[in-house]
Design a protein. Structure first.
Length: 256
């Protein structure tokens, strides 16, 4: 006799699919990011991946603008950082917000935890802790910055190593929570790790250095980047999008 517990899948026919009542699709950033999308932002070092992600986070929390996209309402965000010190995080979000950091921007920093507590959200314990926080605070966007520092990617080219994190992202999707994964490329330029990682994505934003204008960035800080998309499941127009942005830390408008 089998010891395998039965699974009760829910099936529906075409008529039931047509008649089922579902809430309308809600965008966190109009024309870019819906509330249940999984998005990756990737690029080599120095292309402003964290700056781009933090800019998106602040736009979503304040109902503001991030690049060419606008948030029509304010939504709580959980930003998980596995790399930067608290001083650097404070400095960066203060620079981007150009004022008080919004209260509905929530931070989980690896450097803010007790000594000996390592971050690895591929584990069931940490996933459950984060999911509880997300439900309690009605989070609508989760940002992982960056994937290598927040998830144990040992054997990252092995598709099975991605399974626990993929399952977690699917749970977020069911809850109507969007997620953004900040990641690095291989030498060939593709996102690092198993190709199954990209299969899970709805959107994939690629950042590249705008080498022709790098000399225009002063030593005081900044970047010149090319932003494009190499995957867009639900917004086909994004595949035609390519735009150059300059990051200038000393001006009133951060991105030009």
């Amino acid at each position: 006799m089998s010891n395998i517990a039965p699974i009760n899948f829910k099936y529906l026919n075409g008529q039931e699919l047509e008649n089922i009542e579902l809430p309308p699709i809600r965008y966190l950033l109009d024309g870019l990011l819906a509330e249940d999308d999984i998005m990756m932002v990737y690029g080599p070092g120095g292309t402003g991946k964290s700056w781009v992600s933090a800019t998106i986070a602040l736009a979503v929390t304040t109902g503001g603008r991030a690049f060419d996209w606008v948030a029509k309402s304010e939504s709580p965000v959980l930003y998980i950082d596995g790399e930067m010190t608290m001083k650097r995080l404070q400095q960066r979000f203060t620079q981007i917000s150009r004022g008080p950091i919004p209260k509905n921007l929530h931070l989980l920093s690896a450097h803010h935890q007790d000594f000996g507590v390592d971050m690895d959200i591929s584990t069931p314990q940490q996933q459950q802790n984060i999911l509880t926080f997300i439900r309690r605070n009605e989070i609508k966007l989760l940002i992982l910055d960056n994937l290598s520092c927040t998830v144990n990617l040992e054997g990252e080219n092995d598709a099975s190593s991605w399974a626990p994190t993929r399952s977690f992202l699917m749970q977020l999707k069911k809850l109507g929570v969007a997620s953004i994964l900040v990641h690095h490329p291989t030498k060939s330029g593709d996102p690092r790790g198993s190709s199954t990682r990209k299969d899970s994505l709805d959107l994939c934003m690629r950042l590249q250095p705008n080498k022709g204008e790098l000399e225009a960035v002063p030593e005081g800080g900044g970047a010149s980047i090319i932003m494009s998309f190499d995957k867009s499941r639900n917004e086909p127009n994004l595949m035609k999008f390519e735009k150059r942005w300059g990051l200038f830390l000393w001006t009133e408008a951060l991105w030009h």
